[in-house]
Design a protein around this ligand. Structure first.
Ligand SMILES: NC(=O)c1ccc[n+]([C@@H]2O[C@H](COP(=O)([O-])OP(=O)(O)OC[C@H]3O[C@@H](n4cnc5c(N)ncnc54)[C@H](OP(=O)(O)O)[C@@H]3O)[C@@H](O)[C@H]2O)c1
Length: 512
């Protein structure tokens, strides 16, 4: 059923601004940022007076840069294509060649921005987007300040979007926060986690807090445990140089998985004000029990894939055979763990997290498993496993967005036979399938000055604090069994044992 008439969209175009993209010729800009700007333009959300200024070291004129976007970014658009909208967007683009380390580049930037303000009437509002290698984040911020471009006067704003990864560990994340906060106000800083731009993740808030039936049963009294899975079939692709130094733990846990956990586990905010929501998220992250070194050994699992056959029959090489990966690499491509939250709502309810590369499919889902109903009335019924199956709520983010609830039903016939069935809600059925990169809402929110979906300094640091003991133990005790899972499998057997020990099992991910 399609029911798009029932949702009224009242959002207006964002306020006038120039979006400065550092790293304008890079992968993120071509694959995500430009397509996101295009989708925003289709939705009439881009400012009426708007310009993009790309900064990178490649020697290009503005005209050549527009051509580059025409050939290398347009191919990433999905859905119906409007040449008129695309051309209008590309015509707003300008380019400045410069090295991020060169102070003269920022003098040229200041001059160019002033020209664009005159030419495009953008009112002195600048959104600086750092689509650059993370090593440049602090230095670019400093150069922006030195060039006098960070100062906000009455009537205009200056904002900084910082890509992930934000730091490499707790110490570096703290150092970067300190550096940024010495120069900028927290409200000028937008630390991005594109997971929070996904519709379904935002919908967790609506699902939990706009439905009277959900919150009363969202606690330890009814819920047995929660699983969060982020699985991807891809290998390391062309990111080996980054991934070798990061690994699955750093790459996914302190940002995406803990962001999702916080949405699922947070207390109801008193309003949808940015800081009310972020206060609750920070609080629940602080309530996660820190892992002792012994806990790290028993509650975490790491893995690295060897060669194998993927679901589509493709034979793929081992991680250690990928270009740019050391032949004896100790980098993990899979991680699983169980965490406990010390709060009245969640005491005693394990949260199991897993994420990995070369998994059987592209799945991101949250499984909320309820406690078993008593068997009393069904002792003599025909049931799988001899007990009533627990209800399972699945919140799917990828590949298809939706929510399902597993319930028990009677199989038609003369005997009381129970069978698990599913009630399924799919986003596409109700709201249609709008193409999106996940960056649209985030860019739009930043232009409007709404930081709700961005990470505050304390949230980033609390997340790293949780990961730090794992990094310490794993560094001190290098893995002895790598590689320990075949590409195309759900990680090493130890990940299954992590749940089996508690009498539980990972849910088999499906596309519905
Ligand atoms: N790509 C993604 O899908 C993705 C997803 C999530 C987060 N991110 C984050 O987004 C950021 C950018 O990633 P990316 O994949 O787009 O990286 P990338 O493809 O390497 O792009 C970086 C850009 O910065 C330019 N650059 C590097 N050093 C420079 C310097 N000294 N002066 C001027 N320009 C310089 C590069 O120019 P050259 O081409 O000449 O080197 C390139 O245009 C990273 O922090 C990454 O972690 C990326």
């Amino acid at each position: 059923m399609s029911d798009t008439d029932t949702h009224v969209d009242t959002a207006l175009p964002a306020p006038s601004c120039v979006m400065v993209i550092f790293g304008a010729a890079g992968d993120l800009t071509k694959r995500k940022l430009f397509p996101a700007l295009y989708y925003l333009s289709v939705a009439n959300r881009l400012p009426e007076r708007f310009a993009v200024l790309g900064v990178s070291r490649e020697a290009l004129s503005s005209e050549q840069y527009r051509e580059l976007m025409n050939t290398e970014s347009r191919v990433h658009l999905d859905g119906d294509y409007s040449a008129e909208v695309w051309d209008r967007l590309v015509q707003c683009c300008h380019y400045l060649q410069g090295d991020f380390r060169d102070p003269e580049a920022y003098e040229a930037l200041a001059k160019k921005l002033s020209e664009l303000d005159d030419q495009c009437q953008t009112g002195g509002n600048y959104l600086f987007y750092m689509a650059t290698p993370p090593a440049f984040f602090g230095d670019i911020a400093e150069q922006i300040v030195n060039a006098g471009l960070a100062h906000e006067d009455e009537g205009h704003w200056r904002r900084l979007v910082i890509e992930k990864p934000f730091g490499h560990d707790l110490q570096s994340a703290r150092a970067l926060n300190r550096k940024l906060l010495d120069m900028f106000n927290e409200r000028q800083l937008y630390r991005i986690d594109h997971y929070l731009g996904k519709e379904t993740v935002q919908n967790f808030l609506a699902f939990r807090f706009a439905n009277g039936v959900i919150e009363p049963i969202w606690n330890r009294r009814y819920i047995d445990h929660v699983q969060i899975t982020v699985a991807e079939p891809l290998g390391v692709e062309n990111r080996a140089s980054y991934y070798e130094g990061a690994g699955a733990l750093r790459d996914m846990i302190p940002n995406h998985l803990l962001a999702v956990l916080a949405m699922i586990a947070m207390e109801p905010p008193i309003s949808f004000d940015a800081d009310e929501i972020r206060d609750e998220q920070a609080r629940v992250l602080r309530a996660i029990q820190p892992l002792t070194p012994e806990d790290v050994l028993t509650h975490t699992v790491r893995g690295q894939y060897t060669s194998g056959v993927m679901a589509d029959g493709m034979q793929v090489p081992a991680y250690r055979q990928e270009a740019g990966v050391a032949a004896d690499s100790q980098t993990e491509t899979f991680v699983a763990m169980s965490l406990m939250i010390d709060s009245w709502r969640w005491a005693g309810v394990p949260f199991y997290l897993r994420t990995g590369k070369r998994m059987p499919g592209r799945f991101t889902e949250i499984v909320v498993q309820y406690k078993h109903a008593p068997n009393t009335a069904f002792k003599h019924s025909i049931m799988k496993n001899k007990h009533v199956e627990p209800n399972v709520m699945v919140l799917r983010i990828q590949p298809s967005e939706g929510i399902s609830l597993g319930i028990n039903a009677k199989v038609p016939g003369q005997v009381m036979q129970l069978s698990p069935v599913e009630m399924n809600f799919s986003y596409d059925d109700y709201f249609g399938d709008e193409p999106s990169t996940g960056y649209e809402t985030l860019i739009y929110d930043c232009m409007k000055g709404d930081p709700t979906l961005f990470k505050r300094a304390d949230i980033i640091e609390t997340a790293w604090q949780l990961v730090e003991p794992i990094l310490d133990v794993w560094t001190a005790l290098p893995p002895r069994d790598f590689p320990n899972y075949a590409a195309g499998q759900w990680g090493p057997s130890a990940a299954d044992e992590l749940l089996q020990r508690d009498g539980r099992a990972w849910r088999i991910c499906t596309d519905a």
